[in-house]
Design a protein. Structure first.
Length: 101
């Protein structure tokens, strides 16, 4: 089956919009979209967007049918996140250096 990506219900959409709006507020306050991912609803949401994006990106290279399963809604969400300067790829750079100390 298509799993979580096949159906995007209204509740999901409303929740996504709410979190997106919280992310905009965070960006306005901090000047970036690098929300700490621990212990906050927004942080968990941000993590899940990155995870979905990674799955999406790895599927892009596969056969057309599989990619077609990705909804337009999801693509447009990634587009919107991209437009506000959301970083889908974290963990390279500073975060990695911290761990090695």
């Amino acid at each position: 089956g298509k799993g979580a990506f096949g159906k995007l219900c209204t509740r999901n959409t409303n929740e996504w919009e709410k979190q997106f709006s919280d992310l905009l507020k965070y960006r306005d306050a901090h000047g970036n979209c690098n929300v700490p991912t621990k212990n906050t609803t927004l942080g968990r949401w941000v993590s899940s967007q990155r995870k979905k994006y990674r799955q999406f990106s790895s599927d892009e290279g596969r056969d057309e049918d599989h990619v077609f399963g990705w909804s337009k809604e999801l693509r447009s969400r990634f587009q919107r996140l991209n437009e506000i300067g959301f970083n889908f790829h974290v963990g390279k750079g500073k975060a990695q250096q911290k761990k090695s100390n």
